[in-house]
Design a protein around this ligand. Structure first.
Ligand SMILES: *Cc1c(COP(=O)(O)O)cnc(C)c1O
Length: 341
């Protein structure tokens, strides 16, 4: 297989149309067998459920080339499981996780020429999503749905070195108690756009959202979970029912305990204890873990002792170990690496 002629190391995070995508339709109470297609366009009735009442969910994962030249994805079964949970919460039919992993495999195989080479830092980003496709005007779930997966090559996250982020404590809320914060639904992102545009205008990289109930506890950012490190090297990650269960964060917690022998606490994290932490990172598929250097709470600056120049030492170890596992340089726990080719 000959790779596409792409300047892998200069790719950004943008959509590039690739050759094939997977489509399956849900009609009359059942999913069809699904197929790969070259057609990137979706044609919908003007009254489609997704257009009127935002009945749509998604996932994000990446395929990449390991040190020994295999094409793999990282824990796609967990994305499939999470998408099942998202579907149930929005009254959508479940696309079974076994079929999800099969569809991921088909899309990566069909677009193998777009999987960036080992060492480029780039990856093939996969976007599974599902939406209500038939006309819905009264407020109710759609009867017909489409599940799709497309992929697009994306560039290295830390281009030109790691720069710790400056984030601000947001006055907006991300997810209500007992709401939809724990599922990966487009609606959680639509309402975060004003908050992130406002934060960027004020010079911040990201928002830190608090629990809307009491506004005293740390939740997450718009698209990444928090991981903190105490001065005595304990890893602390916020626990809340309205946080999206990041696969990266769950994997880093395992790595911290089982590979690095660190103590890990999953518990409520108070805004007022932030000043006591030594390191802070944002966990998600794209960056694995991005260091935070400074948190600004209404003018009050909380500077992490790891500083604004590099990752803190524990964050760095977590990053090196998880990326080592992903790239095949360090032995992975059983079932973490899904080999495609
Ligand atoms: C997708 C997402 C994450 C990161 O999850 P990963 O599985 O690690 O990619 C974190 N927070 C939110 C709100 C998300 O949507």
């Amino acid at each position: 297989m000959e790779k596409k002629k792409i300047d892998w190391s200069n790719l950004g995070f943008a959509y590039m149309q690739t050759d094939k995508r997977y489509v399956s339709n849900f009609r009359d109470g059942a999913w069809d067998q699904g197929t790969l297609t070259e057609d990137a366009a979706v044609v919908l009735n003007e009254c489609a459920g997704v257009l009127q009442y935002a009945q749509t969910i998604f996932e994000g994962l990446k395929a990449y080339t390991t040190e020994d030249g295999r094409i793999v994805t990282f824990r796609p079964d967990l994305n499939g499981e999470r998408m099942e949970a998202s579907a149930l919460r929005l009254e959508m039919p479940v696309f079974p996780k076994e079929r999800f992993v099969d569809a991921v495999t088909q899309v990566v195989e069909a677009n193998a020429a777009y999987v960036p080479p080992y060492g480029s830092g780039a990856t093939l980003y996969l976007r599974p999503f599902m939406f209500g496709s038939n006309p819905v005007i009264g407020v109710k779930p759609a009867d017909e749905y489409q599940f799709r997966i497309f992929c697009t090559p994306v560039g290295p996250y830390f281009k030109g070195g790691v720069k710790p982020l400056t984030i601000c404590v947001s006055d907006f809320d991300r997810a209500a108690p007992h709401g939809t914060g724990h599922i990966k639904a487009g609606l959680n992102y639509a309402m975060s756009l004003h908050a992130i545009v406002s934060a960027h205008k004020e010079g911040y990289d990201e928002n830190m959202y608090l629990d809307p109930g009491t506004r005293t506890k740390v939740e997450e950012t718009g698209g990444a979970n928090f991981l903190f490190v105490t001065k005595d090297e304990k890893v602390v990650t916020p626990k809340s029912d309205s946080i999206l269960p990041s696969i990266t964060r769950r994997s880093l917690v395992y790595v911290a305990k089982e590979y690095l022998g660190l103590e890990v606490e999953e518990r409520e994290v108070l805004l007022e204890e932030l000043k006591d932490f030594a390191e802070c990172g944002l966990c998600g598929t794209a960056a694995v873990i991005s260091p935070v250097g400074k948190i600004v709470d209404h003018g009050e600056e909380i500077c992490l002792s790891s500083g604004m120049n590099a990752m803190g030492p524990v964050t760095q170890k977590l990053y090196d170990t998880l990326t080592g596992i992903q790239m095949g340089r360090i032995e992975a726990p059983k079932g973490w690496i899904h080999v495609i080719a």
